[in-house]
Design a protein around this ligand. Structure first.
Ligand SMILES: Cc1cc2nc3c(=O)[nH]c(=O)nc-3n(C[C@H](O)[C@H](O)[C@H](O)COP(=O)(O)O)c2cc1C
Length: 224
């Protein structure tokens, strides 16, 4: 059974997020290939990133105890799903901050997105795809987009996400592919650990502040 963390990507009162979360938990409970745990950002109370150095320079260690607790929890999972609300054509600040608040624990693990809003959260999801690649994750192609009609159907007309067959199909396809990637990458991580093989380097090849200055001086190019 693949251990999957379901990150609840919005925290405001009256959030819609609880609807897809409940629906995903229901869908996962009918399957035997994955075990879903809800990671509600309301409960982790992560401070906005305020570290004196990037985790790329600190071995992935954080000074804030809430971030340390969060990253250790993230380390317990082999794959992730995030619910994605779209705020002003981007992801919520709390969700982006949650990604910034762990580092090594994300690496070489797949993630799927379940978006909602006018266009099913598609714009916010596209933004997140780039962010999670930088974290050395593998965002999978299959996502769920709860767009205007089902969103309003639930909010205004008391409908259920299960009333939309194409959403149920999308959810199952997303689970199928997440499990495939999750098992493949879990095996690859285990094989690499058994062989003591670490592709160099596990951290992105960051320049230190000192050699960053040297590189800028030598090439005239700005770094990052
Ligand atoms: C600050 C803010 C900005 C929003 N911007 C967008 C947007 O750019 N695109 C969109 O489709 N919906 C937008 N919405 C509507 C959200 O899709 C809708 O409120 C959704 O329920 C938000 O997720 P949540 O209820 O889990 O917080 C916005 C909502 C808020 C509160």
């Amino acid at each position: 059974m693949l251990k999957v963390g379901l990150i609840v990507g919005s925290t405001r009162p009256n959030r819609f997020a609880d609807t897809p979360v409940q629906w995903l938990v229901e869908g996962a409970s009918a399957r035997h290939d994955l075990q879903l745990a809800v990671l509600d950002l309301r409960e982790y109370r992560l401070p906005f990133f305020n570290e004196p150095a990037s985790p790329a320079y600190t071995g992935g260690v954080y000074t804030q105890p809430e971030a340390e607790a969060w990253r250790k929890r993230i380390g317990e999972f082999d794959a992730f799903i995030a619910t994605v609300a779209e705020y002003n054509h981007g992801p919520t600040a709390v969700l982006k901050n949650a990604f910034d608040s762990a580092f090594l624990e994300w690496q070489r693990k797949p993630i799927a997105f379940v978006g909602y809003g006018g266009v099913g959260g598609a714009r916010a999801i596209e933004t997140l795809r780039g962010a999670v690649i930088e974290l050395q994750m593998a965002p999978i192609r299959h996502e769920v987009n709860i767009a205007m009609e089902p969103y309003l159907g639930v909010v205004q007309n008391g409908r259920s996400l299960n009333d939309y067959g194409y959403l149920v199909q999308s959810r199952e396809a997303m689970f199928d592919h997440l499990v495939w990637w999750g098992e493949a990458l879990k095996a690859a991580r285990q094989n690499a650990a058994a062989a003591s093989f670490t592709p160099a380097p596990i951290h992105p090849a960051r320049l230190t502040p000192t050699n960053r200055q040297a590189k800028t001086a030598a090439t005239g190019a700005a770094y990052e």
